[in-house]
Design a protein around this ligand. Structure first.
Ligand code: ADP
Ligand code: MG
Length: 255
């Protein structure tokens, strides 16, 4: 099954869609015969918001790690903005990842000893790039953290930390943001705030987002949801409701 994920703005002429990420026949096999990914082909167009669901062990994290160039497939190819990452040496691949890919994790992964401001600009310093101050300020204001810039992560709530992590992921203007259970550790209200922000960034800035989630309500905020099982994409639902998704997952043995 080969799937193309379009944004809802797919037919807008002012924001033409090109592939942000393409996986072609990607298989990841481990010793002992486990196929974490089994011949996955997938195109995520720029501006699309894709959710990935599926039972534990179905290959969601492996899919994200391969798509982001953090892990190498056993077979198949991966392109980020048209560039095949398998052909790059480790240095070039690290550069591409730093500059073109943003990450948001369930556990925020902010550096405890750095201020929020320094956490946010860390990816730029690692890439040796000067900050685009206007862009950074716009993002910080957008997520409501303008008065928290000198705080340490431990002085923020979980929701505030995840919003800081979101700004950090966006500060390099990446081709795609990968979010692995970004709301998994948050209370309902903070989770909704983070999801609202993700959706606004997609709608207003054309940001491409791939989000792994167990929460049907979170996935329902995306344009499209892929359902994985045993390393394969077994379903692709366009703008499903949370209850449609919950039903589909229950049928796969995860209610
Ligand atoms: P998910 O994120 O959907 O829970 P994963 O992508 O983490 O699933 O894992 C998919 C499958 O690959 C699982 O069966 C898992 O046990 C296996 N797997 C993942 N990483 C490794 C590894 N380093 N060595 C062997 N098997 C692995
Ligand atoms: Mg996982």
């Amino acid at each position: 099954m080969s799937t193309t994920i379009e944004g809802l703005g797919a037919h807008r002429t002012d924001r033409p869609q090109s592939p942000a990420i393409t996986l072609t026949g990607v298989t990841k096999a481990y010793a002992g015969g486990v196929r974490a990914l089994d011949d996955v082909s997938l195109t995520v167009l720029s501006g699309a918001f894709l959710a990935v669901m599926g039972p534990s062990g179905s290959g969601k994290s492996t899919l994200m790690h391969c798509a982001a160039g953090l892990d190498t497939p056993s077979q198949g190819s991966i392109h980020i903005e048209g560039q095949e990452i398998g052909g790059l040496n480790e240095t070039r691949r690290t550069e591409l990842r730093r500059e073109r890919v943003g990450f948001v994790f369930q556990s925020y992964n902010l550096v405890p000893s750095l201020s929020v401001a320094d956490n946010i600009t860390l990816p730029l310093r690692l890439a040796g790039r000067a900050p685009d101050h206007e862009w950074a300020r716009m993002l910080i204001e957008r997520v409501g953290l303008a008065d928290r810039m000198s705080h340490r992560p431990a002085e923020l709530s979980g929701g505030q930390q995840q919003r800081a992590a979101l700004v950090r992921a966006l500060v390099t203007k990446p081709a795609v943001v990968f979010a692995d259970e970004p709301t998994g550790a948050l209370d309902v209200r903070s989770a909704r705030q983070v999801l609202d922000l993700l959706r606004d960034l997609v709608d207003e800035l054309g940001q491409t987002v791939v989000m792994v989630t167990h929460d049907p309500a979170a996935a329902a905020r995306a344009h499209q949801t892929l359902v994985m099982a045993d390393g394969r994409v077994v379903d692709s639902l366009s703008a499903p409701t949370a209850s449609e998704l919950a039903g589909r997952l229950a049928a796969l043995g995860e209610g």
